[in-house]
Structures are given as structure tokens and as C-alpha cells.
Design a binder for this molecule. Sequence first.
Ligand SMILES: [Zn+2]
Length: 88
Amino acid sequence: MTDEDWPDLVARKARPGVIGVRSTGIFCGFGCAARTPLRKNVQLFASREAAAAAGLRACKRCGGYPKTDQPVARARRSIASDPSLELP
Ligand SMILES: [Zn+2]
């Protein structure tokens, strides 16, 4: 966790990496809508796998994926890129 990482976390900016929260034992992707943790409890990881290896569990909201790479966002993108499908 550096001074450069913290503003991205607070702004819920989507970027690679995983936010581990020591106090709750949960990790989030950047951009998650969950409450911003206390900075002193935060530990950054390079990947979901690294966070899980440290004994943390994935957040229920984001699953530990960055905002732009959550399963729902991915599904929406693949639908939008398929010309045979019409969005409601
Ligand atoms: Zn989350």
C-alpha cells in the first residue's frame, strides 16, 4: 500500500490488483462498492490467487474482481459486441 495506491482505492477506480483487508479477512477488486476500509488494515495483492493464498476470502459483492472485469460487466460487453443480440 503506497501513497499512489490509496487515492485509487478511495475513488473506487478500476485497476489491476486486489485490496486485502486484514481486519475483515476479505479481499476486493479495485472499484468495489463496499465500504472503504481503514488504510492501516489494507494490504494490496497482485492477484486474487495471491490474496487467497494469504488466507483472505473474496468479497461477496465483487468476488475480488476489478469493477471492469466482474462477471456481469464481462457478460454485458460480450452481449454488446454481438450484433445478432439486441439490448433491452
Ligand atoms: Zn468487493
